[in-house]
Ligand binder design. Structure first.
Ligand code: NAD
Ligand code: TYD
Length: 351
């Protein structure tokens, strides 16, 4: 039996990766390493948390001793590292939280894995999940980011992720650690914390609250359905070439305003409201500082070398997402009320 750590497994993307691995690999022991920040929600994992191959460890990756302890206890064969501070707006307010978790936390994990594996790399793998934001911003006409695009991060978030990517490569190049990195575009789907654009807009539309659009809404993001990201992670973890980087993206470039208008029409249809009702909630607000104009990612290497393909179109993925939020009002209510933060105590401390 292999033991795999999935850090950040209680977050948005991490929970989809955990669900996939727990269900598809019964002979792996999956250990979620997560300290449950505001973004960590164990309700995301309630459909798998009674499975015999699932374990949860509340560990803060910035705590070097706790990280070393958990590595010594479980002796993992692999690490899929998703734990991070992930919201650009929060990084503008508090950059040091991002440096602590994304840079120092990643280095603690790398160092603990190096100590445990001690040069015996056979069957071992450290997989670091990163973002396309490390490549900086494109103009409207620039070609897409490829794996060889020069790093040029702008926000404290993307600078901290770029730094962590460099440390992962440094551990491969210096010590021979079997690492792999992927850089993915914006994800959307179920269990997405409602501070990010799509779930925030869904929540606000339901409650007839304004939908804040930064600047003129002309910024472009390249959207990928989260289950397709989880499938790519599975493939890269098992088949990716050691020391390599893979870009992951859905080839779905949309301006924010175009995306929100599409979402408004869909929400009107689903809520049985007259077409045009939700669009009236769109409110242009002060732009984000240093707001990157455009991200677009070329994932042809992943498609060519490992045979990955997205399984849904943007329209299908968006409809699945809206349907999930409308069917899971409790999840959203628990997040917005803060009740989700009691789940750990209920599950693990009998309080
Ligand atoms: P998220 O914010 O939803 O979840 C992050 C998880 O990490 C949470 O469960 C949180 O509790 C945990 N965490 C944070 N700090 C921690 C610490 N110090 N110790 C232990 N656990 C900690 O993030 P997400 O959107 O699921 O992103 C996951 C990863 O994917 C991140 O590394 C992010 O950079 C990357 N990524 C995200 C996107 C996207 O669109 N969301 C796109 C590309 C890459
Ligand atoms: P976000 O979901 O925060 O992801 P990222 O900053 O990592 O791309 O934002 C997606 C886009 O939506 C980005 O261009 C910023 C914009 N945005 C808004 O216009 N309004 C909002 O309230 C938020 C949260 C984001």
């Amino acid at each position: 039996m292999k033991t795999i750590f999935i850090t950040g497994g209680a977050g948005f993307i991490g929970s989809h990766v955990v669900r996939r691995f727990v269900n598809n690999y019964p002979d792996y022991q999956i250990v979620v390493i997560d300290c449950l920040t505001y973004a960590g929600n164990l309700e995301n994992l309630k459909d798998v948390d009674s499975k015999p191959n699932y374990k949860f460890e509340k560990v803060d990756i910035t705590d070097e001793k706790a990280v070393n302890d958990v590595f010594a206890r479980y002796q993992p064969d692999g690490v899929i590292h998703l734990a991070a501070e992930s919201h650009v707006d929060r990084s503008i307010t508090d950059p040091f939280a991002f440096i602590r978790t994304n840079v120092m936390g990643t280095c603690n994990l790398l160092q603990a894995a190096r100590t445990l594996w001690n040069g015996n790399w056979e069957g071992k793998r450290f997989y670091h999940i990163s973002t396309d934001e490390v490549y900086g911003a494109l103009s409207k006409t620039d070609p897409m980011f490829t794996e060889t695009t020069r790093y040029a991060p702008h926000s404290p978030y993307s600078a901290s992720k770029a730094s962590s990517d460099h440390f992962v490569r440094a551990f491969h190049d210096t010590y021979g650690m079997p690492t792999v990195i992927s850089n993915c575009s914006n994800n959307y789907g179920s269990h997405h914390f409602p501070e990010k654009l799509i779930p925030l807009a869904i929540n606000n539309i339901q409650h007839n609250r304004p939908i804040p659009i930064y600047g003129k809404g002309e910024n472009v993001r390249d959207w990928l359905f989260v289950d397709d990201h989880a499938a790519a992670i599975d493939l890269i973890f098992h088949k990716g070439k050691i020391g390599d980087t893979y870009n992951i993206g859905g080839n779905n470039e949309k301006t924010n305003i175009e995306l929100i208008r599409t979402l408004c029409r869909l929400m009107d249809k689903k809520l049985g409201r007259e077409q045009g009702t939700s669009e009236k909630l769109i409110t242009f607000v002060t732009d984000r500082a240093g707001h990157d104009l455009r991200y677009a990612i070329d994932s042809s290497k992943l498609q060519r070398e490992l045979g990955w393909q997205p399984s849904v179109t943007f329209e299908q993925g968006l409809e699945k997402t809206v349907d999930w939020y409308l069917a899971n009002q409790d999840w959203l209510d628990n997040v917005t009320s803060g009740a989700y933060q009691q789940y750990y105590d209920k599950m693990y401390t009998n309080r």
